[in-house]
Design a binder for this molecule. Structure first.
Ligand code: MLC
Ligand code: AMP
Length: 472
């Protein structure tokens, strides 16, 4: 394998830059990033994964790149994850080292991170096999604790190359965003994508309209909540309209937000669709049609099918709705340590079942209509499992029964609401303390935005909670 086939080929072989990466005001040259990353990687004993406390900082970028250059799988940990979530991720992933400030109770070695470190003499990037796991991303299912999604360098490279083609992404680009560095969107597309292509990346720390407007660039990434906030800040929308591409993904972009951005910025956003398990599989093209509510065409190498209840393909008429299945070189290798769950997420003939409902038109454009399960919630672009929040709340003695649902929200897309049958007296203090409990036990973004007390939950004859009856 030649160095240019490395996942981070644009960083290793591309234009050396004085300002390759900037995160929240800290800038790294290509040379400095490679040196500091090699120095970090040399301190890893491998081959067990390294957990990275994924704050929006240059240190996170160095640690992730350091793991990738050393051929050690990287497990990004949300920086606000509570003790329960951190313990689960560390145990489940088998991480043998930690990068970042030492959390209470951590019994792993902390690997020092130094942005100014020189590469140890003779250190060079490891070139892992295409099927070697590079990243393990933790993501929620409908029930249980988050699962580790194993992504190989080959799948990540295939997914990024598809986007290079669809978006005409080149080393001339400067990518701007402020998304979290522990998910596909902010980390893989938003950092590794730039380092593969050799374009500059400016991370704004937080994805606010003001920060985007103050940071010149040619491509801007955001989840729909970010775009809706940009649309509400006309000066910011006009300022970033000078870019080549505005890209939205991770959740449905409401048509009025699409239209508002198009009007204010002078260009419609590019919409694309993906999952942690699949990278980005569908996108509008830079040189093609952009249609409100539609997420475009399969990226290079990806195939899709939309199936009716009886397993036949629904007509490609833009209206008929079915289950979206995908296949191609971009798929994950499996849920870590869960072969049965992995097998259950594929059809017998090898298609990955996304769990999303879609329609397709005669031109091959796709529209995402919703999810099959009410128990997977998308709030602010974060995927959150109702079961995980229910389990966290049931650990509180004041909670006898609970049902967590996603309700429509103009800012977040969906807002987490917990219906609680309490043991004992209820009131605002209890509601707030339950919200805070989830924020600290799991992560801040998983906290319910509202707790509603009720005397009983609607159940069917089998005793199963009927969540659709809890709809507003
Ligand atoms: C309020 N806060 C609390 C709290 N109540 N904190 C703790 N406990 C409580 N009880 C505080 C927070 O600390 C924060 O303060 C403030 O409230 C606002 O928090 P928020 O409302 O939760 O978040 P906000 O900043 O408004 O976030 C919106 C957002 C965020 C869009 C910036 O949701 C986001 O970054 N989303 C991106 C998700 C993403 O990247 N998904 C991609 C998945 S990959 P303070 O002080 O911190 O401001 C994927 C694949 C694909 O989907 O297709 O891309
Ligand atoms: P995650 O694993 O966090 O990547 O979440 C993946 C899910 O986000 C998908 O299964 C979809 O439900 C949703 N999603 C991602 N992109 C879009 C989009 N452009 N439109 C609608 N839903 C999306």
């Amino acid at each position: 394998m030649s160095p240019s086939s490395h996942l981070l080929s644009g960083l290793l072989d591309g234009p050396g830059r004085a300002d390759a990466v900037e995160v929240a005001g800290t800038s790294l040259s290509s040379e400095q990033l490679v040196s500091a990353a090699l120095a970090f990687g040399a301190r890893l004993s491998g081959p067990e994964p390294v957990a990275v406390h994924a704050t929006p900082t240059a240190e996170t970028v160095v640690a992730v790149v350091g793991g990738l250059l050393a051929g050690v799988p990287v497990v990004p940990v949300p920086p606000d994850a509570g003790p329960g979530e951190v313990a689960h991720v560390l145990r489940d992933s088998g991480a043998s080292a930690w990068a970042g400030p030492r959390p209470d109770g951590l019994d792993l070695p902390v690997v020092p991170l130094d942005l100014a470190a020189s590469a140890p003499s003779g250190a060079s990037p490891d070139l892992p096999a295409a099927d070697a796991t590079s990243l393990i991303l933790y993501t929620s299912g409908t029930t249980g604790a988050p699962k580790g999604v194993e992504l190989s360098s080959g799948a990540i490279a295939a997914g990024l190359d598809g986007l290079v083609d669809a978006w005409q992404w080149s080393e001339e680009d400067t990518l701007v965003h402020g998304l979290p560095l522990f998910h596909t969107h902010g980390l893989i597309l938003g950092v590794l994508g730039a380092l593969r292509v050799g374009s500059r990346v400016r991370h704004t720390g937080r994805p606010t309209p003001e920060a985007y407007a103050a940071t010149p660039g040619s491509m801007y990434f955001g989840v729909p909540t970010v775009w809706s906030r940009v649309a509400a800040a006309p000066g910011a929308a006009r300022a970033i309209g000078r870019a080549r591409l505005l890209v939205s993904g991770s959740a449905p972009l409401p048509a009025p937000v699409f239209e508002a951005i198009a009007g204010l910025a002078g260009q419609a956003p590019i919409e694309r669709y993906g999952m942690t398990e699949t990278m980005i599989t569908l996108s509008a093209r830079a040189d093609g049609e952009r249609r409100a509510g539609w997420v475009g065409l399969p990226i290079t190498g990806v195939e899709t099918r939309v199936l009716a209840e009886d397993g036949s393909e629904v007509p490609a008429d833009g209206e008929s709705i079915g289950r979206l299945e995908v296949r191609g070189p971009v798929l994950f290798s499996g849920y870590l340590g869960r072969p049965e769950t992995t097998a259950a997420s594929f059809t017998r003939d090898g298609w990955f079942v996304t769990g999303d409902l879609a329609a397709r038109d005669a031109s091959g454009f796709h529209r995402i209509v919703g999810r099959e399960s009410v128990d997977l919630i998308k709030s602010g672009g974060y995927r959150i499992g109702a079961g995980e929040i229910e389990a966290s709340l049931l650990a509180r003695p004041e909670v006898a029964e609970v049902a967590v649902v996603g309700e429509p929200d103009p800012d977040l897309g969906q807002r987490i609401v917990a219906w609680v049958v309490a043991e004992g007296p209820t009131g605002d203090d209890l509601a707030q303390s339950l919200v805070d409990h989830v924020a600290h036990d799991l992560s801040r973004h998983k906290r319910p935005r509202e707790v509603r007390f009720t005397d009983s939950l609607p159940r069917n004859a089998m005793g199963k909670v009927q969540k659709k009856q809890l709809a507003p």
